[in-house]
Design a protein around this ligand. Sequence first.
Ligand SMILES: Nc1ncnc2c1ncn2[C@@H]1O[C@H](COP(=O)(O)OP(=O)(O)OP(=O)(O)O)[C@@H](O)[C@H]1O
Length: 471
Amino acid sequence: MGCGTRPICPLQSPQDVNGGRQRGLRKGKSNRRRKAPLFCRRTMVSPNLNRALTNTRFSDLNPALSDPVLDALKEGGFDYCTPVQAATIPLLCGYKDVAVDAATGSGETLAFVVPLVEILRRVSPAPKPQQVLGIIISPTRELSSQIYHVAKLFIATLSNLKSLLLVGGGDVKADVKKIEEDGANLLIGTPSRLHDIMERVDDLDFRNLEVLILDEADRLLDMGFQKQLNAIISRLPKLRRTGLFSATQTEAVQELAKAGLRNPVRAEVRAEMKSLGDLGSSQHSASSKTPSGLHLEYFECEADKKPSELVDLLVKNKSRKTIIYFMTCACVDYWGVVLPQLSVLKGLSLISLHGKMKQNAREKALAKFTSLTSGVLLCTDVDARGLDILGVDYIVQYDPPQDPNVFIHRVGRTARLGRQGHGIVFYYLREEAYVEFLRIRRVPLEERKSIDDAPDVVSQVFVSVLKKLNN
Ligand SMILES: Nc1ncnc2c1ncn2[C@@H]1O[C@H](COP(=O)(O)OP(=O)(O)OP(=O)(O)O)[C@@H](O)[C@H]1O
């Protein structure tokens, strides 16, 4: 990528966590119980969580953050920076482009929202309604919406600045009308809708754009948005700051960094890897692609036993908040019909989510799952990346993904920011190479020895499918 790598600040030690002051607790008005936004969880800081934080307070950063941004951080319950925040915020605020490679759940959203807002605070005079000063691009509607909700707290510190969420699923003409009537200075959205809007609204003026953020850059490229990204970037001034965030580095991401960033500083943040006895020494690496609080297992299973093993797993983990990943939307629909009919799963909340559902059904499903303390989300990779869902503690990959990067993003929905979490991937006999492949990619897995004899539910599954077909 042709850029220097920035050393990342040391993590806060457990002594710091438990000693004297209890760090990170909200004081004064920020102790008020706030209505939790859809995707964002605010909790008291636990020692576990604290291990994911550095000793650097937001108020210690150099260049210094403005008082309103510091107040907003306090209000949100954020006192100490995560490593990626401590590394990235000063760089962006100090007029550097950054290419960030960080483990999932490490706090990347604030790592770009805070400097972006800080930079926009410095803009004077106030922008005209159609002058776009900042753009945040992310691959999915859900992720853009989540970023928009997180950013709101900070955008509120900017008077006279309009922000707009631009994602598919709604009427594009309504977005156009909104821009024409109210203006839009900060755009947060998916590449297709952003590009569409840029084509439709001639009056939007990008000449003074200050910051471009590309979040989940690898996913943006995997999903085939290269063309839209190129078209968007070609409309933007070269003298801007760009932040590129990606939990996995691919050649395509590096190409994008070359094309879109100017002399970027590269910030890499990795979790320390747990030592696993059975890891071959050649694969043993000092850092892992996955969070350190994540316990990952693989489970070798014959094809005809897989449904029974899945049901058994769900029965045994009824009190957990679980996400199950399937290969296709049709698989989600199938299991979304079958599982609720099994008597052993009675009382368990089972929610389906995939990309072929209507937008409002997607939003409802996600909001419902977010609000639960235990339950199961059946989904495809529409939810593999970026989403910060309240309290997920178990990730089941019923269908393993081909791409190890997808694996990393899926399991990243749990064990976020120093918390604990579990993941299991099912695979068929003679697929051991898959596990080896993941280990080489710095994903540590342990074998789960055959769970006792799972009761056979296959016949019940057939009955429930037939029942459904006959209705
Ligand atoms: N400095 C902080 N102090 C306390 N909590 C934080 C801090 N920064 C982020 N968090 C919380 O950590 C969680 C993960 O943050 P975020 O969603 O930004 O991670 P991410 O790196 O973008 O993850 P992914 O790679 O999966 O997209 C969120 O619930 C967020 O509110």
